[in-house]
Design a protein around this ligand. Structure first.
Ligand code: SAM
Length: 266
C-alpha cells in the first residue's frame, strides 16, 4: 500500500518540534516517523511515502517525492502588494472586491493567502476574512504560517493573524452556507494557462494544490452566498467557462493585463 503522507521533524529535535509534529500527525491522520539522523531521501525510501511534511523550527515544509517540489508558507505577493496599499497605493484585487468596514469575505481558494491577507489589511480589524483550502496539508501549513510569520510591518503581520483558515472544499462549504452569509465570495482557481513572472510564486501550488476547474454550478452557489458580489481572478487571455461570462457585470484590470478580476454583482 502507498503511504500518501508521512511526518517527520528537522534533524535537531526539540520538545516544541516534537509537540507540533505529533499535533500535525493527529490533525492530518498521517504517521509520525522519527528522524534519527536520516536524510529526507532515506525517509522517502524507508517509508515509501509520496509526500513528506518536515516540522522545523521556522517552517512546516512539504516535499513531493516525484517532482522534488517543496512547499512552505511565505506571504509572497502580499509583501509587495500590502506595502503598496499601506502607502496609499491601489490594488486591482481590492478595487474589485471593494470592501467596506465590517464586511465578511470568503476566499474559496486560499493557497498562500496573499489575497485573503490584502482583504484582511483593508478591513483593518473589522469584519472577517475566512479562507477555504481543500488540501488538508496545505491548509495546515498556511494556517500555521499565518499565525507565526513575522513581517517587518506590524499592520501587515496583524493582517495575517486575523485570517480564519478552514479546511474545506468550496463545493461542499458553499452548499452548507446560508444565503448572504458573506458580502463577497472570491475565487482564484487554477486555469490551464499558467501565469508567468510574479504569479509564478504560486508555482508549488500547481504540484500540491487541488487542480479541479471552476464550475458554473459552484459560481452559481457563490452568487446565493454572496450578499454583494462574487469575484473571480483569471488570466486575461482566458474566457471563464460556460455561462459564467454572461453573469459578469464588470472587470478590474486593463485589457492588456495578465490578470483580470471579473466581478458578478448581485
Ligand atoms: C491558484 S491557488 C490560489 C492562490 C491564492 N489566491 C494566493 O493568494 O496564494 C488555488 C488554491 O485553491 C485551492 N483549491 C482549488 N480548488 C479548491 C476547492 N474546490 N476548494 C477549496 N480550495 C481549493 C488549491 O488547492 C490552491 O491552494
Amino acid at each position: 500500500m502507498i503511504t500518501p503522507l508521512v511526518i517527520t521533524t528537522a534533524a535537531k529535535l526539540t520538545p516544541t518540534l516534537e509537540h507540533i509534529a505529533s499535533e500535525m500527525s493527529a490533525q492530518l491522520d498521517a504517521p509520525l516517523i522519527s528522524r534519527m539522523g536520516r536524510s529526507l531521501p532515506d525517509i522517502f525510501e524507508v517509508t515509501g511515502a509520496e509526500r513528506l511534511l518536515v516540522v522545523g523550527s521556522d517552517h512546516l515544509r512539504l516535499y513531493d517525492r516525484t517532482t522534488g517540489a517543496e512547499y512552505f508558507y511565505h506571504p509572497n505577493m502580499f509583501l509587495s502588494r500590502g506595502s503598496v496599499v499601506l502607502s496609499g497605493g491601489s490594488d486591482h484585487f481590492l478595487s474589485a472586491v471593494d470592501l467596506n468596514p465590517g464586511d465578511r469575505l470568503l476566499d474559496c481558494t486560499l493557497g498562500f493567502a496573499s489575497e485573503s491577507a490584502l482583504a484582511s489589511l483593508a478591513l483593518d480589524g473589522t469584519g472577517k476574512v475566512v479562507g477555504l483550502e481543500s488540501e488538508p496539508v496545505l491548509a495546515a501549513i498556511t494556517r500555521r504560517g499565518l499565525q507565526t510569520f513575522i513581517l517587518r510591518s506590524a499592520p501587515l503581520t496583524a493582517a495575517l493573524r486575523r485570517i480564519e483558515v478552514v479546511t474545506a472544499d468550496y463545493r461542499t462549504y458553499l452548499k452548507n452556507c446560508e444565503s448572504h452569509a458573506f458580502d463577497v465570495v472570491y475565487f482564484d482557481p487554477f486555469f490551464d494557462e499558467r501565469l508567468s513572472g510574479s504569479e509564478a510564486s504560486v508555482s508549488p501550488l500547481f504540484v500540491f494544490g487541488n487542480p479541479a476547474p471552476l464550475s458554473p454550478e459552484a459560481v452559481d452557489e457563490a452568487r446565493r452566498v454572496a450578499r454583494r458580489c462574487v469575484v473571480i481572478k483569471h488570466p486575461g487571455s482566458t474566457e471563464l467557462p460556460g455561462p459564467i461570462t454572461e453573469w459578469v457585470t464588470k472587470t478590474q484590470g486593463g485589457r492588456k493585463s495578465r490578470v483580470i478580476y471579473s466581478v458578478i454583482e448581485n
